[in-house]
Design a protein. Sequence first.
Length: 278
Amino acid sequence: MLSYRHGYHAANIADVLKHATLLASLDWMQRKEKPFRFIDTHAGAGHYRLDHPFAQKTKEADDGFLKLDALPASGAPAAIKRLRTAVERYAISFPGHYPGSPALAATELRAIDRGDFYELHPSDFETLDGYLGGLRRNVDAHHSDGFEGLLSCLPAVQKRALVLIDPSYEMDSDFTRLPKVIREVKARQNNAVVLIWYPVIYRNQSDNLLKSIRNAWQGSNFHFELQSAPDSSARGMTANGMLVLNPTYGLYPALESLGQYLADNNMVIGFQGEDHTE
């Protein structure tokens, strides 16, 4: 099933959380001079025009990054400043676009690092491949299953790995497959830093996913959520979160500051999390 297109949701509140988490993690990984491998399992098109009919149909960016970017810069936490700076720098080369995780990561990776980006949707892959093809040789787009691709990359020859997992969760198999993949990731490279985005559509479903992944990982982790609306039995995302395995130092408090800033500026109704770091 390949109906999901992130262009409808680009720059929404979920992207704000996901991309702030990604940039903070990349910064921490680069504090060491040693190289690392970045793996993006569900890369999408790489970057998105916010005036495209997809984005204009939902206008989710209006309540996401565009609303954030209109707020005064003074008083913003470091994670927000970092995201705004990255998007502004990117927009110099691509006016009117919003960078997805591939554009952000590929721009940030050093020459000694490596990036692998997986996407199955043929149209999105074509855009992704065209974008990454103009960059350095240390980044590659792959038209293949991201979970299989992730496992093929591990253990990383660089001995360090940062992984972003961001499925559409349109298929029930995503919920059952992900914990199994995480168990294998732990077996192959237990020092990998793994960033997992998840939606809260049905609370029991997301809680069960978190429990299953934690049982599979059996190691240091935390989850952090932004609440956009009260939980409901009706269909629709009411919150979104990040589950981080082997989190980098200081990431959880950084996200707490981000959540408080968004709540203070009426972008979310609240935030919550649970820290199991060791």
